[in-house]
Design a binder for this molecule. Structure first.
Ligand SMILES: Nc1ncnc2c1ncn2[C@@H]1O[C@H](COP(=O)(O)OP(=O)(O)OP(=O)(O)O)[C@@H](O)[C@H]1O
Ligand SMILES: [Mg+2]
Length: 279
């Protein structure tokens, strides 16, 4: 197995049970597999992703990548966050080259790869622009090109499209599907959006909360590219939404006051936004 998440538990602070965020999480991920993690807010998705990235340490368990135990961050794992975290004083191409520069890759090769990935995300024309001259969607595409250019086998993505409007998001989902087909990277992608998870993933892992555990896994056996509105996608979205309903209700009970009506406030009034604000 390529990426092994083995008995991962995470505790913030010293009071063992009260701060248990992840409890014995186990996942086996194949090389080239696209896995999406979904679950209620606070269930530990980002924490788990950061542990795989080596940015956070586990209290128990280990991550094994390609036969070696992960101890800290490394260029075999590129990470992409919700905010693109680009350098405003650098041009688009210099931003894409930055990670490669840190990795000691020679100038010629850096340029070649930067151009290749800028082309892949359709930003060649903007290579000499500065970040403030780009839209939110373009910035995320720069961050994606930068992550791809490192040539890591694993791409870890934490809600990278969630701040974007739905049209831009759909375009980037299509681009990511195309890029994944071309590059066959192993991707672990965190999202609140179940439709996004179904469109992108080979497998959707549903997490439960308090403490975070793997609740259920869904294999998405649909050909690509996948279109969000297609009946096949809708079928899986419905199944996964049903699975998550109980978890979202649990969060709502824990977090909100007595006046909160889960059914009404989280689901019915948010019919067009997938799972509403609780997810
Ligand atoms: N550095 C920290 N110190 C203490 N507690 C933390 C820390 N980071 C995260 N937590 C707690 O761990 C839990 C899981 O947080 P995490 O950010 O992993 O959740 P998440 O599933 O990514 O949520 P969201 O969907 O809202 O992004 C939360 O209860 C949070 O308060
Ligand atoms: Mg998070």
């Amino acid at each position: 197995m390529f990426l092994i998440i083995e008995n991962i538990s995470k505790n913030f602070g010293f009071d063992s049970k009260a701060n248990l965020v992840l409890d014995n999480v186990n996942l086996l991920i194949d090389k080239g597999e696209f896995v999406c993690l979904v679950g209620p807010s606070g269930c530990g998705k980002s924490t788990l992703l950061n542990i795989i990235a080596g940015l956070e340490s586990a209290s128990c368990g280990r991550i094994i990548l390609n036969g070696s135990v992960v101890r800290d961050a490394g260029i075999d794992r590129a990470v992409m966050f919700q905010e693109p975290a680009l350098f405003p004083w650098l041009t688009v191409i210099d931003n894409v080259e930055f990670g490669m520069k840190m990795a000691g890759i020679k100038r010629e090769e850096r340029k070649r790869r930067a151009m290749k990935y800028l082309k892949m995300v359709h930003l060649t024309k903007f290579k000499d622009s500065y970040i403030h001259q780009l839209s939110g969607g373009m910035r995320q595409r720069v961050a994606l090109a930068r992550a791809l250019a490192i040539n890591s086998e694993v791409l870890l993505m934490d809600e990278p499209f969630s701040a974007l409007d739905s049209q831009t998001r759909n375009i980037l989902q299509l681009e990511l599907q195309r890029i994944w087909i071309d590059t066959k990277k192993t991707i672990v992608f965190v999202t609140h959006n179940i439709e996004e998870a179904v469109v992108l993933a080979d497998r959707v892992v549903v997490m439960s909360t308090n403490p975070g555990r793997v609740r259920k896994e869904f294999k998405i056996e649909l050909s690509r590219p996948r279109i969000p509105e297609s009946p096949d996608v809708t079928y899986y979205v419905r199944k996964i939404t049903d699975e998550l309903r109980e978890e979202v209700e649990k969060v709502a009970r824990d977090e909100y006051d007595g006046g909160w009506n889960v059914e009404k406030d989280l689901f019915l009034s948010n019919a067009d936004s997938n799972m509403g604000i609780g997810l």
